[in-house]
Design a protein around this ligand. Structure first.
Ligand SMILES: *Cc1c(COP(=O)(O)O)cnc(C)c1O
Length: 458
């Protein structure tokens, strides 16, 4: 029996000479068809010897080959639909770009650019100068520098300002950010000596002052972006840190995490310290991410005193942390939006999603529900809450609406939508699967309909 099946297995080179295969080679290329065919034959051989196959047809083999070719031609990094309601989702790519921003990046990438070329002098230019003035103009900082991400920004600063010397940080601010950015670890990589002061819940100005020695080079404040200490608490204000720094002639720095240029409290949300607030306090150096509340590309932005930023520009590590033209072109479009706050909150998707009124989310939920109902898929609108995410405002939730699907089994629906083509990621709560409409856009409707139709057909 097994011997018979083995004999029935075609030889790879023979198969590749058949008309259907020649046609396939025409469209997919020889290497891809050859690899898929030999892998398939090997797979069948293994399954036959393991007794997993009792019979097969040439068509079974052909289908397996076609499937293998299809899987290999798919990209691993795919566009997905975010039904989690978390707006800045680190696992799902953080900030979404506007079409205008993406179009500008595409234009820069598909040709040459003046990345390191000064068009005035015709000589070599600096990539850093492309956005520096713009960032200074928008933020009001003296000087600015952009690196690969905020973790790199912090590391670069520690390497430059506090290598082999002491950095004072409050015990309440020794944060770990998802993806293993830990303040104590970054500190030891940089060769700085971490001096922890205060307790988890309370740190006073005298804690800082008592810890200052001749070997102290930096007073560091870290924004506790992804957690909140509440109850009996006391933290030293950034103004007090600045005062201490001035008194003892020590550099002050704040790792702000999510750099926001819009005061959310003007829009009815909780106050999150803005880049302007921190600058006004007199901190010498501020670092923040480009792809959190700023709403732009992955990068780390360092702003502050000119003399200090000049030192960073000469640090050898900068070469390893440098940003590419995609980042710089995107950042330029982003900061242009910030010339006018009205255009920023309208045109930067991260901000417009955060500030969108719940009524508008409800309208979107209703229109997706109608589309699904017209196609005989049941959906209920339920109240939910969206989150800002990206380690920003951990306790702040935004009222939202979601769709649940009463006729489906939650566990299998969640899995089916998450896998396969056009993945959709939703939320499961109390055994109920739902798609939060806060992060679902009108462009996503057709795909959601088709995926749900596929699942309901089985
Ligand atoms: C997010 C965050 C970082 C890391 O920033 P990346 O841009 O992800 O490298 C560092 N510090 C704080 C306080 C943060 O919130």
């Amino acid at each position: 029996m097994t011997q018979e099946l083995f004999r029935k297995l075609p030889k790879v080179d023979k198969l590749l000479k058949e008309t259907t295969f020649l046609e396939l080679i025409e469209t997919e290329g020889y290497p891809s068809v050859y690899n898929a065919t030999s892998e398939t034959i090997q797979e069948f051989r293994k399954n036959i010897s393991n007794g997993l196959i009792s019979d097969f047809t040439p068509d079974d083999i052909f289908k397996t080959i076609i499937n293998k070719i299809k899987i290999k031609s798919e990209f691993n990094l795919k566009k997905i639909i975010n039904g989690t309601g978390t707006i800045i989702h680190t696992n799902l790519g953080r900030s979404v770009f506007s079409k205008k921003n993406a179009a500008h990046i595409a234009e820069i990438l598909t040709g040459y650019s003046n990345l390191e070329y000064d068009l005035e002098t015709g000589k070599r230019g600096s990539r850093y100068s492309l956005v520096e003035d713009l960032i200074c103009e928008i933020t009001g900082a003296e000087s600015a520098l952009v690196v690969n991400n905020n973790a790199a920004a912090v590391l670069l600063c520690l390497d430059e300002f506090s290598k082999n010397s002491e950095v004072i940080v409050s015990r309440g601010e020794l944060v770990e950010i998802g993806g293993s950015f830990r303040i104590p670890d970054i500190m030891s990589i940089s060769g700085s000596k971490l001096v922890e002061v205060g307790t988890t819940n309370r740190t006073h100005d005298y804690d800082y002052e008592n810890a200052i020695t001749d070997n102290t080079s930096l007073l560091l404040k870290v924004h506790t972006s992804n957690y909140k200490i509440s109850g009996f608490t006391k933290e030293i204000s950034r103004e007090e840190i600045v005062e201490l720094g001035k008194k003892h002639n020590i550099i002050t720095m704040e790792d702000l995490g999510s750099g926001v240029l819009v005061d959310f409290s003007n829009y009815g949300l909780k106050k999150e310290p803005t880049v302007f607030d921190v600058l006004k306090s007199g901190m010498d150096i501020i670092t923040f991410s480009g792809d959190k509340l700023l709403g732009g590309p992955q990068c780390g932005i360092i702003i502050g005193k000119k003399t200090l930023i000049e030192r960073l520009k000469k640090n050898q590590l900068l070469r390893a942390f440098r940003v590419c033209k995609m980042t710089l072109s995107s950042l330029e479009v982003l900061f242009h939006e910030y010339y006018d706050e009205k255009s920023a909150v309208k045109n930067i998707p991260t901000l417009s999603l955060i500030l969108e009124a719940p009524e508008d989310v409800y309208t979107r939920a209703k229109s997706l529900k109608s589309l699904l109902n017209e196609n005989d898929i049941e959906a209920d609108i339920i109240e939910s809450f969206a989150m800002i995410g990206g380690g920003s405002m951990p306790e702040e939730t935004i009222p939202s609406f979601a769709l649940s699907f009463p006729t489906f089994n939650s566990v299998s629906l969640e899995r089916e939508l998450r896998t396969g083509e056009n993945p959709i990621v939703g939320r499961v709560q109390n055994n109920c699967f739902f798609l939060d409409m806060k992060t679902i856009l009108k462009d996503d409707f057709e795909i959601i309909l088709n995926r749900l139709l596929d699942v309901s057909r089985g």
